[in-house]
Design a protein around this ligand. Structure first.
Ligand SMILES: C[S@@+](CC[C@H](N)C(=O)[O-])C[C@H]1O[C@@H](n2cnc3c(N)ncnc32)[C@H](O)[C@@H]1O
Length: 191
């Protein structure tokens, strides 16, 4: 099955559960990240071990007061408070150093949720607007906690969909790859 506009991969997940070989393409790199994370065979105990290592690593940086370089982009201070920038930078630094490349997409998904929750973006709508002043003043997200709870949620979700305790017979391994489709980056699709 080929889904040439696979979005976050719902059809790919269903293909996997149906035991089909499948491939997906999307021009949105975030959609590709989600689709890839949702259709990769992860070992839950490996995810949990790496999550513990990451927590120790980041907590150690915090305890020692280590500052890591933040990215810099247009209007960054408008969208993220300084403490959120600092914590997200620590997490990103930790993920890149502690998490094995095979598991990294899974952690980027939780990271993306922490970015969204930690930002000053108004909630409950697609349009990108900053929160109004009173809400912004009260907004003090704890990015490290948001990341940890996001990670828990997707672990539980993943386990109930594909985990070994799930009564659904193990799906046939989906031999598929989603790659960002762009004029300068050809699609890679392995069947
Ligand atoms: C509604 S979503 C697809 C949902 C998906 N088929 C599923 O089953 O979950 C549409 C997707 O098409 C992607 N898209 C739109 N135009 C595209 C193009 N020219 N090439 C690749 N992807 C495209 C968008 O980025 C978006 O993620």
């Amino acid at each position: 099955m080929l889904d040439p506009f696979c979005g976050s991969g719902t059809s790919l997940v269903e293909a996997r559960l149906a035991g089909l070989d499948a491939g997906g393409i999307d021009l949105n790199p975030f959609a590709v990240l989600l689709a890839r994370a949702k259709t990769t065979d992860y070992d839950l105990s490996t995810l949990l071990r790496q999550a513990r290592q990451l927590r120790q690593f980041v907590n150690d940086l915090v305890r020692r007061g280590v500052e890591v370089p933040s990215p810099s982009f247009y209007n960054m201070d408008y969208w993220f408070k300084p403490e959120v920038q600092r914590d997200l930078a620590l997490l990103r630094y930790g993920i890149e150093r502690v998490i094995e490349p095979e598991e990294r997409d899974f952690f980027w998904v939780a990271f993306a949720a922490a970015v969204r929750e930690g930002s000053n973006t108004r909630r409950g709508e697609y349009k990108l607007h900053r929160m109004p002043e009173p809400a912004l003043h009260a907004h003090s997200p704890k990015s490290l906690l948001l990341f940890g709870s996001g990670l828990n949620v997707i672990c539980v979700d993943y386990k109930s969909s594909f985990g070994s305790e799930n009564p659904t017979p193990a799906p046939k391994y989906m031999n598929a790859m989603c790659e960002q489709a762009s004029p300068c980056q050809p699609i890679v699709w392995i069947s």
